[in-house]
Design a binder for this molecule. Structure first.
Ligand SMILES: Nc1ncnc2c1ncn2[C@@H]1O[C@H](COP(=O)(O)OP(=O)(O)OP(=O)(O)O)[C@@H](O)[C@H]1O
Ligand SMILES: [Mg+2]
Length: 258
């Protein structure tokens, strides 16, 4: 088993601890090694907060996060996070962005450049290794962000709406690129998206979060055979199931528990 969340709850406190914002109420789930799991749910329900907790950037208020049998609730660990925005360093080139983590770890320059060049080639970035982020297309920038995460060999890959700012064609291309990569590398992936079509195309399972404070309201197994046809009847049936659950949550939205 790669990741286990046990009764994870999270509140933020503002105005000198007077005001409690309950974000996650009670999240429990198991993400088996090598699985591709998507999380979807209403805006502001706590998806990014959960990824930040798993990445060790936030602490839980209650509950545990277990990675490969170890409680990592209060430490940073071997997880890689690809953010909602590209979050590349604008003053660093493609190569310098990809090698960033290795540099922090003190890997010698020659070695880290050799490793990064493998990713440059594999990710279709050849010829752009000395360019800065503003000289790259959105799709390329996101490939750099993914390479920068994967080069560290994380135990689990966390992706927070990584394709949200891309046009639909580039988005589809990158989904296929990511799937290809995942099938070769067998990474464990936790992928947050608002796009149900994307979740169905990519995932083994889709977890639907409730309105804030979030709990798991549905777990939908995506058992369509791969490679998938987005327009197939099976994919559409699963899309409908998830969309119906989300519609129900929107109806409930006026009763959000704070
Ligand atoms: N550091 C913080 N201090 C106070 N409140 C916070 C903090 N971080 C997040 N929140 C609140 O927690 C809630 C959940 O935020 P989060 O970013 O996790 O939602 P989300 O599900 O990722 O939303 P979206 O789908 O729009 O990206 C929001 O109400 C947000 O304002
Ligand atoms: Mg978010």
């Amino acid at each position: 088993m790669a990741l286990e969340l046990i009764n994870v709850a999270k509140s933020f406190y503002t105005e000198g601890n007077k005001n409690e914002i309950r974000v996650l109420k009670d999240i429990s789930c198991v993400v088996e090694e090598g699985r591709f799991i998507s999380i979807t749910g209403p805006s502001g329900c706590g998806k990014t907060t959960l990824l930040r907790i798993i990445a060790g950037l936030e602490k839980t208020t209650h509950g545990k996060v277990i990675l490969d049998g170890k409680d990592i609730s209060s430490q940073t660990s071997m997880v890689g996070l690809v953010f909602q925005e590209y979050a590349l360093f604008p003053w660093r080139t493609t190569l310098q962005n990809i090698t960033m983590g290795l540099e922090i770890m003190g890997i010698p320059k020659e070695e880290r450049i050799k490793a990064a060049m493998d990713y440059v080639n594999m990710f279709g970035l050849k010829g752009f290794e000395h360019r800065y982020p503003h000289e790259l297309s959105g799709g390329m920038q996101q490939r750099v962000a993914i390479a920068r995460t994967l080069i560290m060999g994380p135990k689990i890959v966390l992706m927070d709406e990584p394709f949200a700012s891309l046009d639909s064609q580039t988005r589809n291309d990158l989904q296929e690129f990511l799937l290809d990569l995942w099938q070769k590398r067998k990474d464990t992936v936790l992928f947050v998206t608002h796009n149900v079509d994307e979740a169905v195309f990519l995932s083994d399972e889709i977890i639907v979060f409730s309105n804030r404070p979030a709990t798991v309201v549905a777990r939908v197994e995506v058992d369509c055979p791969r490679p998938r046809d987005r327009t197939s009847l099976e994919c559409n049936q699963i899309r409908k199931k998830v969309l119906d659950t989300l519609r129900e949550l929107r109806r409930d939205g006026s009763r959000i528990d704070t």
